[in-house]
Design a binder for this molecule. Structure first.
Ligand code: ADP
Length: 299
């Protein structure tokens, strides 16, 4: 174990490299000078993406994405449809690997280790970096078995009842389901199903939760419950969320990364425009494209 509680069993060799400085693209129409913006104390870096590009066959989805994700905060990825938010998010736990033609350029360091190094253990990567999708996708099994499924598969069989309870409590679902753990998960409401999916992810005691538009299929009350939950979960986990809902980003995220589409020759390629404290992105962005997007002028 290292001082940050992260052990190196994920990789056979250390890929230590000094963290680079954040690169923020400059814009001639800059609306706020960088020197005028408030400074925050840096936190521990969980993901350090450097010049990341993703292609699907001939299609370049994102290019030149350099972004650091910090520990125990919520980082939101926002931007117009098709700008590569999901692609980038899924690259953080190698979820794109199985897509035919997928290729990643650049590097993503996770606690200093190259996530795409040949020696990285993909099962461990998925265990430590959990993911919840847009549409709740419970298994057609009992509530208990949904949460117990992955721990059982990974041989974490001792103390399973406690693990299931802990995960359901962590996802703020325990009180609603404790008397019907053997009932089918498919009988839960959409919002409960999504919290069950969060419980399923945290049952593996991950380090990071990646949430891909987790509330976009939910009603406002269920959405509020998920947003509320994120404020609690970030004490334990590092959270990255893709959302098309700017109010949601403003409500839940400590930091926000704005992606957009850049014209490159005949292609439109997703790229990171800027990343900063959420308040700053919404009130004093550096780039005019960010300002136009957050003020609802496009997207
Ligand atoms: P966003 O999440 O911002 O809407 P995506 O990451 O879903 O954007 O998509 C970025 C670009 O990559 C889009 O042009 C999309 O069509 C393309 N893309 C996404 N997934 C695939 C795939 N599996 N195969 C080919 N192209 C894809």
């Amino acid at each position: 174990m290292t001082a940050n509680g992260f052990d190196n069993s994920l990789w056979n060799e250390r890929a230590a490299a000094a963290a680079p400085r954040m690169r923020i693209r400059t814009d001639p129409d800059a609306v706020t000078a960088a020197s005028e913006r408030p400074r925050e104390l840096p936190r521990q870096v969980v993901f350090d993406a450097r010049d990341v590009s993703v292609t699907y066959g001939a299609k370049v989805a994102i290019a030149d994405v350099t972004l650091q994700i910090q520990r125990n905060i919520v980082t939101a990825l926002i931007g117009p449809s098709g700008c590569g938010k999901s692609t980038f998010l899924r690259s953080l736990n190698r979820m794109n690997d199985s897509i035919p033609g997928f290729r990643l350029g650049g590097r993503i360091l996770y606690h200093g280790h190259d996530l795409y190094d040949r020696s990285a253990n993909r099962v461990e990567v998925r265990r430590r970096i959990g993911m919840v999708f847009q549409k709740p996708n419970p298994f057609p099994k009992s509530i208990y078995d949904n949460v117990a499924w992955a721990p059982r598969n990974l041989g974490m069989k001792s103390g399973l009842d406690e693990r299931v309870e802990r995960a359901l409590r962590g996802a703020a679902l325990w009180d609603e389901v404790k008397d019907r753990l053997k009932a089918s998960a498919l009988g839960l409401s959409g919002g409960q199903q999504q919290r069950l999916c969060i419980a399923r992810a945290i049952a593996l005691e991950p380090d990071v939760l990646l949430l891909d538009e987790p509330a976009s299929a939910l009603d406002p009350i269920a959405t509020a419950a998920i947003e509320e939950l994120m404020h609690t979960l970030k004490r334990r986990y590092t959270i990255v969320i893709v959302t098309h809902n700017m109010q949601q980003a403003a409500r839940v995220a400590d930091r926000t990364a704005f992606f957009s589409l850049d014209e490159r020759g005949r292609e439109r390629v997703g790229t990171l425009i800027e990343e900063d404290a959420t308040k700053t992105i919404f009130s004093r962005p550096l780039d005019s494209r960010t300002r136009d997007y957050v003020s609802g002028r496009f997207g």
